[in-house]
Ligand binder design. Structure first.
Ligand code: SF4
Length: 380
């Protein structure tokens, strides 16, 4: 398959691995004093483990798993609000599948569904729109969740609902943006980060210029990467080469998909439908300025917060993490999933304590899927 097989070529991979080792040695990276490279996107975390890249690269490179999993960073209070919405009489609550099993303080959406709430798993907000057309006496609420990758499709659905004059379709908007949490991590004096592998899908929408501050203001290299093994290896090499050369630049390894200035149609839809919230809570990172989106007043008829009186402000309830849960530390790269005391004992995919264990982009899910308890044994 074009653009896939050539990026999985084992001979080419060996060559890039050898070059990575050469540059890593040159800059003095060792297991004891590694270069810390954060892969921001949860999709990259899973690709790294699926292809065993963490084991194949030079021992002086340490992957730090970033907060780029939208399900994982959703605060528990918002999961509770989803459940409250879904349990309202007459509501059909629509969500992507990987949010179904995320624990709330009382229950997850899948537990609410088992108890009788009408919760439907959808593949697109357009599926929710179709449900609204077919169920005019019901309120259809779509759980808008995700980074800039999914934000445009939700915006386009709202625009379509407005065009059709639908009165029973709303979005519970939890869309968030990637650059602010990167800034928050870079401002954290306890974080040790030498460079970034930037998100591919998000960048397809926003382009590469929103990352300029990382190189300009913080002096860190960032390389936007694709999702095949050679994409990731080449991106790691490009980060290392910048470090070797004393450069800090925004580079685009994924240029076959990511345009420098993003996708103008998607960006126009985002600008039309949403505005930036003053701040938004991120699980494990707390409130981050201008990191979340809300639906503009001009589309208030399609805003579940406005229609159902939920709101997001200073008076909102902040929910503490369950005792023993180390999701925040994992999500900020302070510890590895296997270092969480709950990994594989109090937290498994069947009985999750945190979202990272059940989201398809969660770091704990990646460790479990590709290592399971073996990862725990290796860490001991
Ligand atoms: S193992 Fe469970 S509780 Fe621990 S960090 Fe991962 S998801 Fe959170």
């Amino acid at each position: 398959m074009r653009y896939v097989e050539e990026f999985r070529d084992p001979v080419a991979a060996k060559g890039v691995l050898a070059e990575i080792a050469r540059v890593a040695d040159r800059i003095g990276a060792t297991k004891e004093r590694p270069v810390h490279i954060m892969e921001i996107c949860g999709g990259h975390t899973h690709a790294i483990f699926r292809y065993g890249l963490d084991k194949l690269v030079h021992g002086g490179i340490e992957f730090i798993h970033g907060p780029g999993c939208p399900v994982c960073v959703l605060p528990m209070s918002r999961v509770d609000e989803c459940v409250e919405l879904a349990e309202r009489p007459g509501v059909i609550f629509c969500t992507f599948g990987d949010a179904m099993r995320v624990p709330g303080t009382r229950k997850s959406l899948i537990e609410a569904k088992a108890e009788g709430a009408d919760i439907r798993m959808v593949y697109s907000p357009l599926d929710a729109l179709e449900l609204a057309r077919r169920n005019s006496v019901r309120e259809v609420v779509f759980f808008g969740l995700g980074f800039e990758t999914t934000t445009p499709s939700t915006a386009l659905s709202i625009q379509q609902a407005a065009r059709e004059g639908l009165t029973n379709f709303t979005v519970f908007c939890n869309h968030i943006t990637v650059p602010p949490p990167i800034k928050a991590l870079l401002d954290d004096p306890h974080m040790v980060l030498d460079g970034f592998v930037g998100p591919g899908h998000v960048s397809m929408v926003i382009g590469t210029t929103p990352y300029d501050f990382i190189a300009r203001d913080y002096g860190k290299p960032i390389v936007v990467a694709g999702f095949e093994p050679l994409d990731l290896l080449q991106s790691v090499l490009m980060v290392l080469e910048q470090i070797r050369d004393g450069r800090a630049e925004v580079e685009n390894q994924y240029s076959r998909v990511v345009p420098k200035h993003g996708n103008p149609v998607s960006l126009a839809a985002i600008a039309d439908v949403y505005e930036t919230r003053p701040s938004f809570e991120w699980r494990g990172l707390g409130e981050i300025d201008e990191s979340g989106l809300r639906i503009r007043d001009s589309y208030a008829a399609f805003d579940a917060e406005a229609k159902f009186g939920i709101g997001y402000g200073a008076a909102r309830r902040v929910v503490e993490e369950p005792e023993g849960c180390a999701c925040g530390q994992v999500m900020t790269g302070r510890i590895k999933p296997t270092q969480c005391p709950q990994y594989g004992t109090g937290c498994t995919p069947e009985m999750p304590l945190g979202a990272l264990m059940v989201s398809s982009e969660g770091a704990c899910a990646a460790y479990w899927q590709y290592g399971g308890l073996r990862g725990l044994e290796a860490a001991e």
